[in-house]
Design a protein around this ligand. Sequence first.
Ligand SMILES: [Zn+2]
Length: 76
Amino acid sequence: MKCIVCKHGNTRPGKMTATLERDETTIVVKEVPADVCDNCGEEYLSQTISAQLLKQAEEAVKAGIQVDVRKYKSAA
Ligand SMILES: [Zn+2]
């Protein structure tokens, strides 16, 4: 799709590192599949994946984790 930030580039499938912060919990998730703009580098997460990441962040908050770095794992 066309990038909505720079309006010039096109997005391509790639990977990104997502950082989620909630209260005192910080979760860094590496190798998250995302669409990345080939012009400005803007990263687009799909709704499914961002929902999964939010769920993981909530679980980490419940578990009392403060900082965690993990690789993306599909919930499916
Ligand atoms: Zn762009």
